[in-house]
Design a protein around this ligand. Structure first.
Ligand code: 5AD
Ligand code: FES
Length: 349
């Protein structure tokens, strides 16, 4: 074990922040033992705040139409081979109904930036879900909108918003996105979401093309500055119909290290063990929880559309066997000594 890396992990736990150089040192120099040390600190901090509870969110992927063209994403506009679909309001209500019966108390509406779902249609949908399930939290993950639109969704009853910043380094951001998108606008959106009062989530992919220890250090510093209630990270996984089809996938260990570092830095943050992590390792979700993650987000979308919401290749939980994702996760969590709880799982100040 490197004494320097261990000291830096301890310093992060004590001060909640490190310098860019110190983060880079951890990211470049950690060995297997350092990783295990970071994971055990991440795990015990999560235990301190959440016990053995794991929060669960029902993910409803309601449209894969998208006007954007992010170079890494399988549902980018330029992917002419994507089979597009959009759930109707009634179909979405049906997903919530099933989810509620299964014990979900948070629904996440995730989709591409789909022009069909205008502000008025979204407001109507949000109001309908919140009227039927007033005891549930509603999270949106529908991309970049104006502050006024964000305000309307919030007024309609949305509680939380996920918008990964993707990378906090501008040059890197521009290599992952078309010229029509900018890091400045992304950050502006996140600032607006927080100001409006959403529990807000940012995040990034680990192992994305052109990522370096330096850009990751910038991601951690940005998270510290934004101080979001949620952070979503998972490995980059190449998609065959994108410009990054030949790029290697992100690896398990760096994802686990970053989950731990985020937990050590932002002690109460809501931190999912993502589907992408489960996709690169059969025990990905369990390993994520054991590194400090405290949320899982099983799919509630109808099985008939699950394969079509393909942001990356070989996504797990898309076949018939996954109809009961929640039960599967329940068993997996129990197996490592954790319990999925029937709770909104709000951020605790
Ligand atoms: N691999 C992993 N994650 C991806 N996302 C998009 N494309 C990929 C990919 N190829 C992530 C992005 C986005 C979130 C919804 O999914 O970070 O914000
Ligand atoms: Fe849809 Fe990136 S391709 S948000």
């Amino acid at each position: 074990m490197s004494e320097r890396v261990k000291q830096l992990i301890d310093k992060l736990e004590k001060n909640n922040i490190l310098s860019r150089e110190e983060f880079i040192c951890i990211l470049e120099e950690y060995d297997t033992e350092d990783l295990e040390y970071a994971r055990s600190r991440g795990r015990s901090i999560a235990k301190e705040h959440f016990g053995n509870a794991v929060y669960v969110r029902g993910l409803i992927e309601f449209t894969n139409y998208c006007k954007n063209d992010c170079l890494y994403c399988g549902i980018r506009k330029s992917n002419k081979n994507a089979e597009r679909y959009r759930l109707t309001e009634d179909e979405i209500m049906e997903c919530c109904k099933e989810g509620y019966a299964l014990g979900f108390r948070t629904f996440v509406l995730q989709g591409g930036e789909d022009g069909y779902y205008t502000k008025d249609r979204l407001v109507a949908l949000i109001q309908r879900i919140k009227a039927k399930y007033p005891d549930c939290a509603l999270t949106l993950s529908i991309g970049e909108k104006t502050k006024e639109e964000y305000q309307s969704y919030f007024d309609a009853g949305a509680d939380r918003y996920l918008l990964r910043h993707e990378t906090a380094n501008e040059e890197h951001y521009n290599k992952l996105h078309p010229a029509s998108m900018s890091l400045a606008n992304r950050k502006e959106c996140l600032k607006n979401l927080k100001e409006i009062g959403y529990q807000t989530g940012c995040g990034f992919m680990v192992g994305s093309p052109y990522q370096t220890a330096e850009t990751l250090a910038q991601d951690l510093l940005y998270i510290h500055d934004l101080h979001p209630q949620m952070v979503g990270i998972g490995p980059f996984i190449s998609h065959k119909e994108t410009p990054f089809c030949e790029a290697p996938n992100g690896e398990l260990e760096p994802v686990l290290l970053l989950l731990s570092l985020i937990r050590i830095m932002e002690k109460k943050v809501l931190l999912p063990a993502t589907t992408a992590l489960a996709t690169i390792h059969p025990q990905g979700r369990e390993l994520g929880i054991l590194s400090g993650a405290n949320v899982v987000m099983p799919n509630l979308s109808p099985v008939s559309v699950r394969k079509k919401y393909e942001l990356y290749d070989n996504k797990v939980c898309t076949g018939d066997e996954a109809a009961e994702c929640r039960n599967c996760l329940q068993a997996r969590m129990k197996n490592i000594g954790y319990e999925i709880v029937k709770d909104r799982g709000d951020y605790k100040k």
